[in-house]
Design a binder for this molecule. Structure first.
Ligand code: UT7
Length: 327
């Protein structure tokens, strides 16, 4: 990578007020708290209120990220929203947000890579800022995943939740070796049938529902994520000992623990929010990052590793030296 750095200088998050516990779920689907906790680590999830949109959550997360560093929409050149649950088929949720934030100079578009959407969007924003197309970007993961669930299907409906997280990226010519240090993305469309939505504008008139062969996805997860992480470490000329924090996609506590063991990281260096947030798809990493920056665990200058896998299959890993050099 060039001497130009793309810093990650702020984070914000939003979770809907309504909480659905495992007990709440077991009142209308054949499941129980013990199964969900043991197999996934999830105890509750947040669910959007009637009329609450993906763009509403994205806006709240973006505003928090902007406010934390004293910026306004007008300071932003690029907005990428990673989402599989846009408000409408078009225009993009990002275009709607651009107007709502008064980001009149920003180019805005959505990226669809399901649960890997945030790491995909980070890679695109990094490349665009690095190549000179703007100074500051808002990268947002926002999902109303509850809208894609078949609430009769216990094998999927217990796993997901809604929410949004946002980060600000800033191009910097002087902060050598800060910010996004490496980014690795992969796709293998051959695995389409183990995780997909059975609807969409060209294949059907309905939005459709999530269909997943969870144990098959599970078998791909740790192997693909750890190999992407190895590639990201090599690309950044780092080893695991340089990593201060793993902020993984929050799909299942067993996958997260598997990654911790593979990377041989101490337990307390892994940020876990799956218990409270469940799997919020593209929002899960920035939501978890926001929690750990907010409670003071992740500090300025620490190296954070992200990884995620989702339907496609799509997966990737990113290494970031968080924050900015202090003057
Ligand atoms: O973020 C996108 C990527 N997605 C993932 O990473 C998800 C990866 N997969 C997983 O997290 C896990 O595979 C699941 C949590 C989805 C499932 O866990 P599992 O240990 O792989 O369970 P399984 O699918 O093999 O099912 C085991 C049993 C089955 O019963 P039988 O056939 O053994 O009698 C299921 O019918 O558990 C049953 N089951 C449930 N029981 C109670 C499935 N869902 C439930 C449920 N409550 N909600």
């Amino acid at each position: 990578m060039s001497d130009i750095s793309v810093l990650m200088t702020s984070v914000g998050a939003y979770l809907p007020k309504k909480i659905l516990t495992n007990e709440d779920l077991s009142a209308f689907v054949d499941t129980d708290d013990e199964w969900i906790r043991q197999r996934t680590g999830i105890t509750q999830r947040h669910i959007v209120a009637d009329g609450e949109l993906t763009s509403d959550m994205a806006r709240e997360a973006a505003l928090q990220a902007l406010q934390r560093v004293g910026l306004d929409g007008v300071d932003i050149d690029l907005i990428i929203v990673a989402t599989t649950t846009p408000d409408d088929t078009f225009p993009s949720t990002a275009a709607k947000l651009q107007h709502q934030l008064g980001a009149v100079y920003a180019v805005a578009f959505d990226v669809q890579a399901v649960c890997a959407g945030f790491v995909y969007a980070l890679d695109i924003a990094d490349a665009m800022l690095r190549s000179g197309r703007g100074k500051r970007a808002l990268v947002i993961g926002a999902e109303s995943f509850s809208k894609l669930l078949d609430w009769q299907d216990r094998s999927t409906c217990v796993l997901f939740g809604d929410g949004a997280g946002a980060v600000i990226l800033e191009r910097d010519e002087y902060a050598v070796e800060w910010g996004i240090r490496s980014s690795i993305l992969h796709t293998d469309g051959a695995h389409r049938d183990i995780l997909y939505v059975d609807g969409g504008p060209s294949s059907s008139s309905a939005v459709g529902h999530v269909r997943m062969e969870g144990n098959k996805v599970f078998r791909h997860a740790v192997e693909k994520l750890s190999s992407a992480m190895d590639e990201a470490l090599a690309a950044a000329n780092m080893t695991v000992s340089d990593v201060d924090w793993l902020v993984p996609h929050q799909a299942n506590i067993r996958i997260i623990d598997g990654m911790q063991k593979k990377m041989q990281l101490p337990t307390d260096r892994v940020v876990r929010t799956v218990d409270k947030h469940a799997n919020t798809s593209a929002a899960s990493i920035p939501l978890a990052l926001s929690v750990a920056v907010g409670d003071g665990r992740i500090k300025n200058g620490e190296v954070v590793a992200f990884e995620a896998i989702g339907g496609g299959l799509v997966w990737g890993a990113t290494l970031v030296k968080y924050g900015r050099p202090q003057k």
